[in-house]
Write a protein that binds this ligand. Structure first.
Ligand code: ACO
Length: 428
């Protein structure tokens, strides 16, 4: 295979190196293009732009493959846990027993928030979206760890990572309690990561939430399946912030804001709202599908389509199966699941979706599991954010350990050419 690419521009030829990844993906290295030719590349939405080299996650969207550090997502979903996978993503390998114990202990040691942070929660209005609270409070948490702001060579990255990973779950649960006017429930050190989150979400001061293995496992699986997804919008945001040497908490807070949008992580909330609207309208889904195909309707089939997957999202397959299992185990019959399945079948038969290779993505069925567990709709994207934290942390670490330059894209300016200041009285 060619090791270089030739570009002809204004009658001159330029040689550009080809970079190959470990799975055979190829890229034309344009890092010297502007110096050599005066031209830049333009790729709005970055569909053809590699922003970095990364060793964390591999996706083959045509074949529906997703691997964390080389391990297929299907194997991890079946055999692993969220905490193990977090270690895998952040440290590059599955932990052995002492490493897992050490990491779990770190998570427990860092589960409390500084008491002063309680005042910050008090300041939010009752209807505040928990994603707003989450991003604000992650940033606020950095103020209680001033070494994050000054020390680039953190004492030990795993300690910082565990601190963020652990506190984010406490912040998320407190944000929910605040939005419901309920008192904050403190974490219990004897509970593992996911069980502790459920406890902080649903226990009452006078009555502990009854944890069941089915519910704990289902939520742990959701966290695990969301743990990383290479250079998606929020991870690219985290890397962008990290490239300016912003601290870990600030970079993660930026990721939360980016994840919030309905075209990204906010889609899980949008899917459930769409299913509820279809249900309330007495539609079997066909009217909604017709609207989603009409560009003027402003509607899309939420939970369908993906920039990278042009095949079934492997996470959606696992979640669909888990959805059936969890609902059966909890003896729940949810009409929204029937609507979702019907929508999926109809869309997968429809030429509009077939031609555009639009398949269910990770968000299509995840909301139904969360609803069965009792997680309210406005917390869905927060659950996604907790799950995605290890991926953001791993990507942050990769940026900090590299000699990468600050991310600073160029643009093609299309605004007015030189103009001059008009005094106010002369303006029309
Ligand atoms: N419903 C209807 N039509 C769709 C949908 C959809 N969900 N998704 C894409 N299309 C159509 C577009 O209108 C476009 O049609 P055209 O070629 O006739 O103009 C074509 O498919 C390509 O769509 P793009 O928007 O160019 O695809 P892009 O890669 O930019 O967007 C995205 C991907 C944002 C995920 C899109 O498919 C979408 O909006 N899906 C619904 C929201 C969603 O589920 N987001 C979650 C994604 S997964 C995640 O972030 C965790």
């Amino acid at each position: 295979m060619d090791k270089t690419a030739m570009l002809t521009l204004d009658g001159k030829s330029y040689t550009l190196p080809i970079i190959a990844g470990s799975e055979g993906e190829r890229a034309i290295d344009v890092s010297t293009l502007r110096n050599q030719t005066g031209c830049i590349t333009l790729d709005e939405g970055y569909g053809n732009t590699g922003s970095c080299r990364s060793q964390i996650t591999f996706i083959d969207g045509e074949k529906g493959i997703l691997r964390y550090r080389g391990i297929p997502i299907e194997e991890l979903a079946e055999k692993s846990t969220f905490v193990e996978v977090a270690h895998l993503l952040i440290m590059g390998r599955l932990p052995n027993s002492p490493e897992l114990r050490y990491f779990s202990d770190l998570l427990t040691d860092n589960e409390l928030l500084d008491e002063a942070m309680k005042h910050h929660f008090e300041g939010f209005p009752a209807h505040a979206h928990p994603m707003a609270i989450l991003s604000a409070m992650i940033n606020a948490a950095s103020c209680f760890h001033p070494e994050l702001l000054t020390d680039r060579q953190h004492d030990c990255f795993l300690v910082q990572a565990a601190r963020l990973l652990s506190k984010v779950r406490t912040i998320a649960a407190f944000a929910y309690r605040k939005s419901r006017g309920l008192p904050a429930i403190y974490p219990k050190p004897e509970l593992k990561y996911t069980a502790n989150f459920l406890h902080m979400m649903f226990s009452l001061p006078n009555r502990d939430y009854a944890l069941t293995p089915e519910v704990v496992r289902a939520l742990d699986l959701l966290f695990l399946l969301h743990a990383d997804h290479e250079q998606n919008c929020s991870t690219a945001t985290v890397r962008m912030a990290a490239s300016s040497h912003a601290n870990l908490f600030a970079s993660a807070a930026a990721g939360v804001c980016s994840l919030w949008g309905p075209l990204h992580g906010g889609a899980n909330q949008a899917v459930l709202e769409m299913l509820q609207a279809i249900h309330q309208a007495g539609d079997d889904g066909s009217r909604f599908i017709a609207a989603a195909k009409d560009k003027h309707s402003g509607k899309r089939l939420m939970g369908f389509g993906h920039r990278v997957y042009k095949h079934y999202d492997p996470r959606a397959k696992i979640i669909k199966r888990a959805c059936d299992e969890v609902l059966a185990e909890l003896h729940i019959s949810d009409p929204l699941l029937d609507i979702a399945k019907h929508l999926e079948e109809a869309a997968l038969r429809d030429p509009y979706f077939i031609e555009r290779k639009l398949y269910p993505n990770v968000d299509f069925y995840s909301g139904i599991i969360m609803r069965a567990i009792g997680i309210p709709v406005e917390m869905f994207t927060v659950v996604f954010a907790i799950g995605r934290m290890p991926g953001w942390i791993a990507n942050y670490k990769e940026v900090m350990e590299s000699s990468a330059r600050i991310c600073r894209p160029r643009q093609i300016y299309t605004g007015p050419t030189l103009d001059h200041y008009t005094p106010l009285k002369e303006r029309k």
